[in-house]
Design a protein around this ligand. Structure first.
Ligand SMILES: Nc1ncnc2c1ncn2[C@@H]1O[C@H](COP(=O)(O)OP(=O)(O)OP(=O)(O)O)[C@@H](O)[C@H]1O
Ligand SMILES: [Mg+2]
Length: 298
């Protein structure tokens, strides 16, 4: 029986996560001329992956970093959230991934000068099955990005992942050099986090030794709710600086922004959501900018 099948009481999961994070240390390396490839991952649905991918990508672009947002989810929420009509998409991430279409033929301009989007739609649905049929399927996306995306073309590549740990999700983690993990401040989310960190550890050991955890981002936080405060405090006690200082509040303006096809910094720049996404982007830049930085876990 895997340790994750054992029923633990709430915060015992944090203990597991703590032990899984490599001798209590996560190393972050920077390589010259390489894009930072940040996968926004969590197999749990509705935790704010797409919202985080869109808004962090937009904040990076607003700060002058050439940024490509890859929508790697058949739901195509990152695409529709930036105003792309999914139904009419003839060429998209699926065709880049499985048919070898050049990246330049698949990307679109976003609502900010340095923001680009590789959109997705239901075409991606058979991708897990199709990827399994390719040689070295785990590193299929990694090889494509290395071979087809010119070094230095983008400062940041942000990948919005689907809510599972299936073949495509493993490909995404194998292609990334950092994981950004949004999580809800709820007990059930902790259980999912333990599974995710376990998968991360296995991918790092077997496929992608350069992979590190950029940080865990608490989303839809409600300061007035005791549960939000308790889970946040316990995550911080157990995962230390792996948890971003910034928390993203539950903010209706953040939820409204996609229906206006805009990131929150354009839809309502003064909202608490916009300010929080700017703050966490500053933390991300700081974590990425360090040459060799040791993030300690308490
Ligand atoms: N900070 C926030 N405040 C209010 N609503 C939010 C916030 N973040 C996300 N939401 C809303 O929560 C819902 C789920 O968010 P999102 O789509 O980003 O999650 P997800 O993890 O990408 O979901 P999936 O797993 O289905 O891909 C959406 O309706 C989104 O608008
Ligand atoms: Mg999503």
């Amino acid at each position: 029986m895997s340790p994750f099948q054992v029923q633990f009481s709430s915060f015992r999961y944090l203990d597991l996560i703590f032990r899984l994070c490599y001798n209590q240390r996560i190393y972050v390396f920077e390589e010259d001329d390489m894009s930072e490839i940040i996968a926004v991952v969590n197999q749990k649905g509705g935790v704010g992956k797409t919202t985080t991918a869109i808004n962090v990508a937009a904040c990076l672009a607003a700060a002058g970093h050439r940024t490509l947002l890859i929508d790697a989810d058949s739901q195509g929420n990152s695409s529709s959230g930036l105003g792309i009509s999914k139904q009419n998409l003839k060429e998209n991430f699926y065709h880049f991934l499985m048919h070898g279409l050049p990246w330049s033929q698949v990307i679109m301009e976003g609502p900010l000068p340095d923001l680009y989007l590789m959109p997705a739609n239901r075409d991606l649905l058979p991708v897990n099955h199709e990827l399994r049929a390719t040689a070295n399927w785990e590193t299929h996306l990694k090889k494509l990005l290395e071979e087809k995306l010119p070094a230095g073309e983008f400062n940041f590549v942000i990948i919005d992942s689907p809510p599972n740990l299936d073949t495509l999700s493993i490909n995404i983690m194998a292609a990334a050099n950092r994981l950004l993990i949004p999580t809800l401040p709820e007990y059930l989310s902790l259980e999912g986090l333990a599974d995710l960190v376990d998968t991360y550890r296995r991918i790092r050991e077997k496929i992608n030794p350069k992979l590190s955890i950029l940080g865990v981002l608490i989303t839809k936080h409600l300061t007035t709710h005791r549960l939000s405060r308790e889970v946040t405090q316990n995550l911080r006690e157990n995962m230390g600086s792996l948890v971003f200082e910034t928390v993203i509040p539950q903010n209706v303006r953040v939820a409204e922004a996609p229906s206006h096809c805009l990131p929150i910094i354009m839809y309502d720049p003064k909202s608490s959501g916009a300010l929080s996404y700017q703050a966490v982007t500053r933390e991300i830049l700081s974590r990425c900018g360090q040459k060799e930085h040791e993030l300690e876990i308490k």
